[in-house]
Design a protein around this ligand. Structure first.
Ligand code: SF4
Length: 389
């Protein structure tokens, strides 16, 4: 939330039935109790949307809904995996969201959306569909994404969705280093299947090497850990990340390929988010969803507003939108700060100010590519940064 413009996540199933080898959502848990397979309560979702529309939000999540900040459907688990064929739980979620014309970003690798029943709901709602594909050669793809519909099926699914006038994005996630030619091939394929947008992000290696899924990943990509060590990958949180100097030129080349084909390109690496010239992080949903707002009372938002100046000061006004209920219980435990006696706004501003004035760790200004600390401070004692590129 301190850098994301669309922080609301919605999941319809507590477990993902696909088994991508690079995915560690199972190891990390999340909002659900992962030991028990549960599904979303769609009538509860409807009540929450209704309260938001009627101006009676209960809690920060419903403040976000009232503000019509897009929800990311499939935040932790794929909503359109094999269980959906029998249960149709996500179909009901789509119908509820469509009823409120709620701006929704769907993330999936499933292809059930190409069936008529789903297509008709998508066409009448306010949806933007992101279809994820690992950027590797076709042989490796089936090993890395077992149980997932083939890339061809995903492409054909996207084509049917696009034919209904629903915008579709290809999410190249993850790109496996040294498979950039496959990423280019997939972008060209996407342009031929009606996609409007591409986002791209390199593989992040988990620190959990003992996890069952890591052993499988290591079998498919035996040299991967050595490669990351040789490239001086750095640990950020629970992941190893390739250096920007490795990723940036390759991603700029993919952007060039995408734009030549008339597609919008989004850098999905956190440190490259300022390179995107639209409001909604890497996904560019502000270009594709209607009647939506974006959360920008965060570090990325403060920086973006001053990009044209080339110099960044900690500058917030009373007009910045923030949920009226406390947001702190929604942050992960490492990001939580005691709200103290001040207002929600005071506590949030203090939280951002602390991030602003610390080192270049995740989400602080200097964690963004090209933003450097000038060593000077402003009248209020906050660091001044500048753009150095
Ligand atoms: S589909 Fe998504 S959530 Fe499911 S295993 Fe693959 S990456 Fe993980």
């Amino acid at each position: 939330m301190h850098f994301c413009s669309v922080p609301l996540r919605l999941d319809s199933y507590s477990n993902c039935q696909f088994g991508c080898q690079y995915c560690f959502s199972k190891a990390r848990g999340g909002a659900f109790n992962v030991n028990r397979a549960t599904t979303i309560n769609n009538s509860q979702l409807r009540k929450r949307l209704k309260r938001a529309v009627e101006g009676k939000p209960q809690g920060a999540t419903e403040d976000f809904l009232q503000r019509r900040i897009p929800v990311q459907f499939g935040g932790m688990n794929d909503p359109f995996g094999p269980s959906e064929i029998k249960k149709s739980v996500s179909l009901e979620t789509l119908k509820t969201l469509a009823e409120f014309d709620y701006p929704t970003i769907i993330s999936t690798k499933g292809t059930i959306l190409a069936s008529d029943e789903y297509l008709s709901v998508l066409a009448r709602g306010n949806f933007y569909v992101r279809i994820s594909v690992a950027a590797v050669d076709p042989e490796l793809s089936s090993s890395l994404e077992p149980g997932v519909p083939s890339v061809n099926s995903r492409m054909n699914c996207a084509k049917k969705i696009a034919a209904k006038g629903v915008p579709v994005s290809l999410r190249l996630q993850p790109i496996i280093p040294d498979y950039e030619q496959d990423a280019e091939r997939l972008i060209i394929d996407a342009a031929n299947h009606g996609f409007k947008h591409i986002s791209a992000e390199y593989l992040k290696l988990p620190v959990e090497t003992t996890a069952h899924s890591f052993a499988k990943l290591q079998k498919t990509l035996p040299e991967i850990r050595k490669f990351y060590a040789e490239q001086n990958a750095t640990r950020v949180g629970r992941e190893f990340i390739l250096p920007t100097t490795f990723k940036k030129p390759r991603l700029i080349n993919l952007k060039r390929v995408a734009e030549q084909l008339g597609l919008v390109f989004g850098f999905a690496e956190n440190e490259l988010l300022l390179q995107n010239n639209f409001s909604a992080c890497c996904n560019a949903s502000d270009l594709f969803l209607r009647d939506a707002n974006y959360f920008d009372f965060n570090i990325a938002g403060i920086l973006i507003k001053q990009l044209h100046l080339g110099e960044f000061k900690f500058s917030v006004t009373d007009n910045e939108w923030l949920p009226s209920h406390s947001v702190f219980s929604h942050l992960n435990s490492k990001s939580r700060v005691p709200a103290g006696n001040g207002s929600n706004r005071d506590a949030w501003t203090k939280f951002l100010k602390d991030k602003w004035n610390t080192g270049p760790w995740r989400g602080g200004p200097a964690s963004f590519d090209g933003v450097v600390n000038t060593g000077s401070i402003d009248e209020a004692g906050n660091n001044i940064y500048r753009l150095d590129c």
